[in-house]
Design a protein around this ligand. Structure first.
Ligand code: B12
Ligand code: SF4
Length: 507
């Protein structure tokens, strides 16, 4: 007898820091947990759909809320409230629906997640199999858990690969440090399985937090595995995220370049050694972006990096000086990521900020998105907030930005392929030039409802998403209340302390 297929929706819950409900299509990298989770469902028995609120924009289509029998949530720590809201829409549309959540949210908020969701997974994507067995049956689990990249199309010709999990460093602000999960490599079988499932691509982005790691043999083997596929023509090149220690052996750059690597990203984070030391980020102390750009370019590799500004330690003049120095030097690329420090729940940095009274009063978890001030700055707010508001939009620096992008691409054109030169030119303009908010009519209308951003947690008003889109019984009201981190005195709230306790229910 033919059984009808079970219906599963995998959702990456997300709050856009710019408060836009429209899709963020051209951003690399892309959340891949939904595709990896989808791979664990048997295609013959289960119909799986994915909604990634980064790539697809806010989920506002009420028809989809009644569709699934099982909803699986993933998302960044700051997206807990969004997952909570969405769970209410699903339950309201179908009281029988089962919800499951995994990833950084339940790791940071185990007890609260156990209250809100039916299944709370603390482990990796494989843990979803236990949920599937419990909710459906063992037949609904796939024999071949290769990622369902087909559900993530269009990918702009990019394939995504994971060769290791977690990290061997312990930077104080990083959620992985708080989670304390061991740094492990994927097996050769898993890596080749992912590459097979990816098929032909223009380029491959290795998602690992730390592609280099602490096991040289494993690193070399992983590079060779990717290099073999590159030589066979499966893709034109690949890129990866590496830690600062990778560059201490310049032969590493030569080795990856010989195996098809075309881009490397490293979290330089700060040009200030004192700030790096306070972050326990010693591996980046020698990561001078100019030296690393030159080293990489000598081997035809494009260098990209992230920078964090910390106004609890830095002055406006110092941050301004650093950004201007980069804008005036076409040999150095602009950072691909420019963010403020985030006291991510569960990290040593968060505990320190809370202990030292640095957290602002009435902070919400959803404020922790790196694009607003959430800690008391060293200098008066009246000076820091307008500076941050201008800097994050590159206001007053747009011309310098465009000039820098052109000069930088021109400066290194002989070292790079036309693809890389185009990337060097377009990437900073796309990153800092402003976003065009295009999406469905509903999403575009929704973006317009948002109160304006103030770039400071103390003055930002609540997002429009906290008001339910449809009339709902009062039992759902609590699903739309924000999770408060601090009270009006800046102390941690009781609700947060309870939310972070050990789980009462776990899958
Ligand atoms: C793609 C990506 C993004 C994307 C999309 C992220 C998303 N989920 O929405 C974008 C570009 C939007 C993004 C933004 C940011 N990101 Co980011 N990002 C990544 C990246 C590079 C890859 C994630 C990925 O797909 N990995 C592959 C999948 C398979 O693994 P995974 O998602 O890590 O999930 C694993 C487990 O958590 C678990 N799991 C996850 N979900 C579920 C669900 C179930 C049911 C189960 C069973 C298991 C499970 O299984 C997986 C392992 O098998 C990671 C680094 C990394 N290598 O992981 C950082 C990372 C997730 N990002 C991080 C950070 C800090 C940020 C920013 C704050 C950066 C900044 N300062 O601006 C911003 C967020 C801004 C905001 N609005 O809050 C941190 C974590 C932050 C956190 N815990 O919230 C990471 C880990 C990088 C790091 N080491 O610091 N990011
Ligand atoms: S090196 Fe990167 S991934 Fe590793 S602990 Fe530091 S910030 Fe996290």
């Amino acid at each position: 007898m033919l059984k009808s297929k079970r219906r599963v929706l995998i959702v990456n819950a997300y709050f856009d820091p710019w408060r836009s409900s429209t899709p963020t299509r051209w951003f690399v990298p892309r959340a891949m947990a939904p595709c990896y989770l989808a791979g664990h469902f048997n295609r013959d028995r289960v119909e799986v759909k994915i909604w990634d609120e980064v790539f697809n924009g806010s989920m506002l289509d009420t028809r989809l809320f009644a569709w699934p029998e099982l909803v699986v949530f993933t998302g960044l720590t700051a997206a807990f409230d969004r997952a909570h809201q969405l769970s209410a829409y699903f339950r309201h549309a179908n009281p029988e629906v089962i919800t499951a959540i995994g990833g950084p949210i339940p790791r940071a908020l185990p007890a609260l997640c156990a209250e809100v969701f039916d299944y709370v997974c603390q482990g990796d994507v494989e843990d979803i199999e236990q949920v599937v067995r419990d909710v459906f049956d063992g037949d609904c689990i796939s024999d071949d858990p290769a990622p369902r990249y087909d559900l993530a199309t269009p990918t702009m010709g990019l394939g995504y690969l994971e060769t290791t999990k977690n990290c061997n460093f312990a930077c104080s602000f990083c959620s992985l440090t708080g989670e304390q999960r061991p740094y492990v490599s994927h097996s050769e079988g898993s890596i080749t399985g992912q590459l097979d499932a990816m098929r032909k691509a223009i380029g491959v982005m290795v998602l690992d937090n730390n592609f280099y790691g602490n096991d040289r043999k494993s690193f070399q083997r992983r590079v060779e595995l990717i290099g073999d596929r590159w030589r066979k023509g499966q893709f034109r090149g690949w890129g990866a995220l590496v830690t600062g220690d990778f560059f201490k052996r310049p032969e590493n750059v030569e080795f990856v370049a010989q195996n098809g690597c075309k881009a490397l990203f490293s979290g330089v984070e700060s040009l200030d050694p004192a700030v790096l030391k306070s972050f326990n980020k010693k591996q980046s102390v020698t990561s001078d972006p100019r030296r690393l750009t030159e080293l990489c370019a000598a081997h035809g590799v494009f260098f990209d990096y992230g920078m964090i500004l910390d106004f609890s330690q830095q002055t406006v003049a110092e941050a301004d000086g650093q950004v201007n120095a980069i804008l005036q030097d076409p040999s150095v690329p602009l950072p691909g990521l420019l963010s403020l420090t985030i006291p991510i729940l569960g990290t040593p940095y968060f505990d320190e900020a809370a202990r030292d009274g640095r957290l602002m009063p009435n902070l919400l978890l959803s404020d922790m998105d790196g694009q607003k001030i959430v800690e008391w700055p060293r200098e008066p707010l009246e000076e820091v907030v307008p500076f941050v508001a201008d800097l994050l939009r590159f206001r007053g620096r747009k011309l310098a930005l465009a000039r820098h992008a052109v000069k930088h691409a021109w400066r290194w054109r002989r070292h790079f392929t036309p693809d890389q030169t185009a990337l060097a030119l377009v990437r900073p303009l796309h990153r800092f030039g402003g976003k065009i908010n295009l999406g469905s009519l509903r999403q575009m209308r929704d973006s317009l409802r948002e109160p304006p951003l103030t770039y400071c947690a103390m003055s930002d008003r609540l997002r429009a998403a906290y008001t339910p889109r449809v009339r709902m019984p009062s039992e759902f009201a609590k699903c739309f209340e924000p999770l408060r981190i601090t009270d009006p005195d800046g102390a941690l709230t009781e609700s947060l302390l309870t939310a972070r306790a050990r789980p009462r229910v776990a899958a």
